[in-house]
Design a protein around this ligand. Sequence first.
Ligand SMILES: Cc1cc2nc3c(=O)[nH]c(=O)nc-3n(C[C@H](O)[C@H](O)[C@H](O)COP(=O)(O)OP(=O)(O)OC[C@H]3O[C@@H](n4cnc5c(N)ncnc54)[C@H](O)[C@@H]3O)c2cc1C
Length: 326
Amino acid sequence: MMNIKTLENIEYEGNSQTSILESARNSGYNFEYSCENGQCGVCKTSLLKGEVIELQDQVALSGVEIANNRILTCCCAPKTDVLIDAVELSALAGIEIKTLPVRINSIMKVSRNIIEVELRLPPTASLNFLEGQFIDVIGPNGVRRSYSIANMADEKTIKLYIKKVEQGVLSKYWFNEAKKSDLLRIEGPKGTFFFRGKCKKIVCLATGTGIAPIKSILDRLDKQHGCGNELEVALYWGNRSREDFFWQPSCKNLNVNYYSVLSRGDDSWQGRVGYVQDVAGEDIQDYNDTEVYACGSLQMIESAKKALTARGLPDTRFYADAFVSS
Ligand SMILES: Cc1cc2nc3c(=O)[nH]c(=O)nc-3n(C[C@H](O)[C@H](O)[C@H](O)COP(=O)(O)OP(=O)(O)OC[C@H]3O[C@@H](n4cnc5c(N)ncnc54)[C@H](O)[C@@H]3O)c2cc1C
């Protein structure tokens, strides 16, 4: 057994076969994470003392980061006692990750290659989550993929927006075989993409179905009148094709400036043109009291983080969920 300690003086036990992240969870602590396979980089932290064993490839780390003792807590187990600078997320205390059976309630095509799937829990079951989190769906033959929850936690069903990936294993099921009442399993809620509420100015960046957790967060803020009234929200949603804008915000209490952004416009397109991170970067002059929520492609997230932090956004105010493949 090894001792894992953080700068906040959280201490727990780990071992050489279990990731630092998973051991934390087993001890009731939550650190930032998303994909858990080394690709997204959300769980990046600094190793301040001790040594680790790499359990899986730390794809999201650059050579410079490795040289500077940066590690991914989802990929590394302790080899000795370690000290890390991960921050505990107390907002997730009491949110239990469960495996539950679900049935498909409905499947609806919302654009050429996107479906809305509604899942129904058993009458006696419930899923407590923070808006912005995702679930793993375990489909036929045990194939597991992550999908962000698009609705609020107090609704009876779970809504997902799923994009067709050519040759995709679970895409094949969703787009060719899935039907009402099919029985699946879900595991969740997962991830640490949820509203932190530290700032008054909120910038949301989404590409494609990355709008799902942003919708969930905005719906929740809209419902919480008091909080919503004080916030200024800008939402930039990017798609390749105009028919992929299958939703738009309809907030009653929340002040949302919404910009639909086509990567390549044409003469009849009334919205903005370009990449969401560039369009948002052109608009935002001042990053004081601002936090950014970005969800969708890894490319957008990496580019947005680089561009916005270079203009003055502290990187601790940039929250992201990258839809990387499993
Ligand atoms: C935290 C998280 C949340 C997610 N939430 C959503 C969501 O709400 N909605 C949603 O549609 N997806 C979401 N995803 C992506 C989803 O989990 C799957 O990766 C995706 O649906 C492809 O699964 P598949 O089985 O169809 O394809 P796979 O069999 O996994 O992949 C087939 C091939 O396509 C490639 N590929 C996989 N994904 C993509 C992609 N997006 N673009 C291009 N090539 C790709 C793979 O590398 C592989 O070569 C999320 C992923 C993560 C990590």
